[in-house]
Design a protein around this ligand. Structure first.
Ligand code: ADP
Length: 425
């Protein structure tokens, strides 16, 4: 055995060594049985207990309890981070149980005198073990707490950075429409001053565009804070995905024509299925994804909307022939202000090619889908503005055929059935 290699050669056995030899097998089996769950763990544990017992004997023989240090340290080290959180004092507990089991085994196996001799020799070693363990465990605890504190500090630094990021992006985003409104207002002011305020329609329209953009940004900020605080309330009603996609294509018709984009809408399986969703919210999520596909696809490109049914879900895919997304950005874009690195693109342009926004569209889409029990992710070969590898956004929507709200379920029951029949017919 490895532990025995560094021990001095034994001559004839002393009485205490004889006692130890007598209880060794019973003690190992008892402790292993009591303390280890599962056969595999027990076999490994028995080997460790053998080493423990050898060192115990060595400590007693030499009168130096420090022989125990190596195994105690190994045990303390093998106590994982989770153990520290859940069971801070498990090694001390183990030694306490060992003391109790040693007394039990001694009373069963030895004579009274032998038991007394054993305990007199062994208790100081165990006490030493407990002291050492208490010290190791305290040190481990302190190290664990410091590392937890470091993590909290890093998290706070991240929050702080994202707070300043929020302020700079929000200020930048809000400034653009405010400048627009100011410009139109001052032009109107000039015209009124010159007594030429006869036709202000185009100026008013410009002003309204600025106000709409402002409202859009503020609404997005409110939505993000509702999602962050779990306050998004869903109003489940039966809807078909095709209805939403058609409405969104109609909304974007002007831009699609101006930018000579092709919208390829597939009639996929599940497209016309009635499912219970918050139509306005899911439409908002789809709008954000489709508007991005339009924004990040050069003029003349194609956007394909397809999908399929999966067990319990309908998957909608929005594929574009645009600039694509690098692998490292594919997760980041679903975080708030995911496009922060590219502040140069900020223009608040909803559909202009590469007209970046505040970076809230995809986090909102994700929040809405997750609130429904669905999800969203992206696949792209990478970011390349010359080759345009394109991106495919996958949107997984739970296909609830019954409303989560029982009153609604009853109300819409007939509608669903009628429409299903109409479709089958
Ligand atoms: P933004 O307001 O900037 O559009 P989003 O949250 O909607 O914010 O999108 C975050 C970022 O993800 C965008 O700035 C863009 O860099 C990237 N992105 C989103 N959709 C696409 C797409 N279809 N093709 C390429 N990049 C995209």
């Amino acid at each position: 055995m490895a532990a025995k290699q560094d021990m001095p050669k034994k001559t004839t056995a002393t009485p205490i060594q004889k006692i130890l030899a007598k209880i060794r097998p019973v003690w190992i089996t008892r402790v292993a049985h009591e303390m280890a769950r599962g056969v595999e763990v027990r076999v490994d544990f028995e080997a460790q207990l053998g080493r423990f017992f050898d060192l115990l004997e060595q400590s007693i023989t030499t009168g130096d309890p420090a022989w125990m240090d190596s195994i105690l340290l190994d045990w303390a080290k093998s106590s994982t981070e989770t153990d520290l959180e859940e069971e801070p004092y498990q090694i001390s507990f183990l030694i306490n149980r060992m003391i109790a089991l040693t007394i039990q085994v001694a009373s069963e196996t030895l004579t009274k005198q032998q038991a007394l001799d054993l305990l007199a020799a062994i208790i100081p070693i165990y006490t030493y073990g407990l002291e050492v363990m208490a010290r190791y465990e305290m040190e481990a605890r302190v190290a664990h707490i410091s590392s937890e504190m470091e993590k909290v500090q890093k998290r706070m630094e991240r929050i702080d950075r994202s707070k300043s990021a929020f302020i700079s992006v929000a200020a930048h985003e809000l400034k653009t429409p405010i400048t627009l409104i100011e410009g139109y207002a001052s032009m109107m002011d000039d015209l009124t001053g010159q007594g030429q305020a006869t036709n202000l329609d185009s100026l008013l329209a410009g002003m309204n565009t600025g106000i709409d953009r402002l409202r859009g940004i503020v609404d997005d900020m409110i939505d993000v804070s509702m999602i962050d605080n779990d306050l998004l309330q869903l109003n489940f009603q039966p809807m078909q995905i095709s209805q939403m996609v058609d409405a969104l294509c109609l909304e974007a018709e002007g831009t699609i024509n101006n930018r000579r984009l092709t919208m390829d809408i597939k009639n996929f399986d599940g497209n016309r299925q009635w499912i219970y969703i918050d139509g306005a919210r899911i439409m908002q999520a789809l709008r954000n994804v489709i508007n991005n596909a339009i924004k990040y696809t050069p003029d003349g490109g194609t956007i394909t909307i397809d999908g399929r049914t999966l067990s319990g879900f309908i998957e909608v895919t929005v594929t574009d022939t645009g600039i694509g997304i690098s692998a490292e950005d594919q997760a980041a874009i679903f975080e708030k202000f995911g496009q922060l690195g590219r502040v140069d693109l900020h223009s608040s342009g909803k559909t202009k090619f590469k007209g970046g926004g505040p970076g809230l569209g995809l986090p909102i889409a994700r929040g809405i889908l997750e609130a429904h029990g669905g999800s969203i992710w992206v696949e792209s070969k990478g970011y390349d503005e010359r080759e345009n590898p394109g991106s495919t956004f996958h949107i997984l929507i739970p296909a609830r055929t019954v409303s989560p709200d029982p009153r609604m379920a009853k109300l819409f029951d007939t509608l669903g059935k009628d429409e299903d029949q109409a479709e089958i017919g």
